[in-house]
Design a protein around this ligand. Sequence first.
Ligand SMILES: [Zn+2]
Length: 281
Amino acid sequence: MECLKNLEIFDREGITINEDINLQAIGVVNTDIDDPLKMPMGGKLARVDIFPAYQQALLRIEENSHLWLLLWFHKSDRNILSTRPVRVNPDLPEYGVFSLRAYNRPNPIALTKVKLEQVEGNHLWVSGLDAINGTPVLDIKPYYESDIVFSPRTPYIRPCNRQMRLQHFHRHALTYHQEECNDLLTGVRMVLEADEYLGQVTEPDVLITVYGSRCLADTIQGLTLARLANPVRFTFIESDEKLQSQWTKGEHSLVLTCRQHINQDNFWDMDNKELLEIEYK
Ligand SMILES: [Zn+2]
């Protein structure tokens, strides 16, 4: 395990204190991926092996559905202070590493939210973990409801091509709605179109009205972060007859109406004009 040596800590009076910070790993990641560049964007199912000396610290951990893992990305380049998120989009500008989740950074501490699938003694099976095999685990904390900020302001790291954007929205929709029903797929395709025509769908000036099922409304609300109030951005009208979303941004309006049922067979590949009637003004 690496140590952080002679870190200079400044207090409010500007006095410099030299202090060693020594961290002992409490466990290690066990997965079949050895190369960070081969890691799927949403992470994967992996086993976290907690060292037997710390097993007592896992008492009642199964009462949590989700956990924060703090990891040490041991293969990172610690001299990098700014970078571009090229895997997502090579055309994006440079960001400081403290403004990104990049794994190269001065202290390569990774913070990863995972779903706890199963506990077997000192082994935790978790999904959504984006750490390679052998990554040291520094700490584990439960994920609490108070960790959620429903509509935060974040930079728009827009994936460079349509298929990556579809995967991105699909992944986020599943995190929010928690089931892959056909109306989730419909909502994702609608948000993909809204993003093409109106730009960032989480912007405060994007207003949305959804006609259709609660699953469709839930998915679109999750992806747009549009709240029903404070401020009013989202309206839902339950309907058995039509599946439609109406969008406005400034002077522009967009109406998306389903032409046919969207399901796993047509979701990933079918042309947008075949799935949706698109009216843009
Ligand atoms: Zn659903």
